[in-house]
Design a binder for this molecule. Sequence first.
Ligand SMILES: Cc1cc2nc3c(=O)[nH]c(=O)nc-3n(C[C@H](O)[C@H](O)[C@H](O)COP(=O)(O)OP(=O)(O)OC[C@H]3O[C@@H](n4cnc5c(N)ncnc54)[C@H](O)[C@@H]3O)c2cc1C
Length: 328
Amino acid sequence: MKSTLQLSPEPVDDVINQAALHAEVISDLFRDFSIALPKDTLVHRDEPLARRTTLRVGGPADLWVEPSSENALTSVLELCALRRVPWFVLGRGSNLLIRDGGFRGVVISLAHGHFSRIERVEDRLEVGAGARLKTLAVEARRMGLTGLEFLEGIPGSVGGALRMNAGAMGAWMFDRVERMRCMSPEGVIRDLPVAEIEVSYRSCPLLRTHLALGATLRTHSGAVEDIRRQMDTYSRKRWDSQPNQPSAGCTFKNPSPELPAGRLIDELGLKGTRVGDAMVSDVHANFFVNLGEARASDVLALIELVRTRARQARGVELETEVEILGED
Ligand SMILES: Cc1cc2nc3c(=O)[nH]c(=O)nc-3n(C[C@H](O)[C@H](O)[C@H](O)COP(=O)(O)OP(=O)(O)OC[C@H]3O[C@@H](n4cnc5c(N)ncnc54)[C@H](O)[C@@H]3O)c2cc1C
């Protein structure tokens, strides 16, 4: 999720003045963080985001912060609000396209161990938003709990999977959620039963404005060997049909259940199409891969090229599943 602040683009002198003003505000905020946040909360300046995303493109964030507790997270949000600095939360960066100019503001990561717990309570799992989906699936298997096998190959975090209502192999994240704990931009924590949470295909709209802190997931007891076999089957299916190169997963949402975006792009003959080092995968046409030196601008141009062809040839308006953030 993210907060927004629009900087006026015109005229040139104003832009320069605003940039100088912004740099000053960021320095002040960095000082605020150093004073107010606990010592085990990590704060970096000018953090390159390309290495924080699976697509490996994008410029730096002004500030990167990993709060070590919910109180520290609340302080981060309060200080950002006081200085009117935008922020967004980044999980494992596997559904993100950060523009080449990076993000003017604060990127919050819940990578600290405080947000990564995975605890069994009877047949349920209490999981933190920072936990990796792979770790969650493997831990559930170790505990003999079935129902989360489909998460194994999704390279995201619990928080990102809640925001995106991630899904695979016919299951969705929110199929398994019993409760979700989240924080408002003002730092207010709520623990909501799933019945009170609106969800849809690849979206949990509440998390456009709120941060997910964690969730209670429903599972069932199962035999470890059966769970392992199911995960192996899913894994084989996945790696037979998706490229083993840097990407952000599926670029577009499926226009309809009958028309997967990958099939549409394949039918348009666009597999292998390149802009710079960004390429429509020749394994799965909805994956756009980075062949090594791609820039965000290359990926964005490729997205536009494919959207235009889909519109012109088939009258289909493709909507990105990948979230695009930052400035050029
Ligand atoms: C090789 C590959 C395969 C993939 N396969 C699948 C698949 O099978 N199914 C599928 O659904 N997706 C798939 N994806 C996409 C991606 O892994 C999922 O969308 C995943 O859930 C994103 O999690 P993340 O932690 O990486 O989120 P990020 O990419 O970091 O962020 C995505 C969005 O979630 C928000 N967000 C992150 N954490 C939080 C939080 N704690 N609170 C609120 N908002 C938050 C961010 O602000 C952003 O808006 C795949 C990606 C790759 C690269």
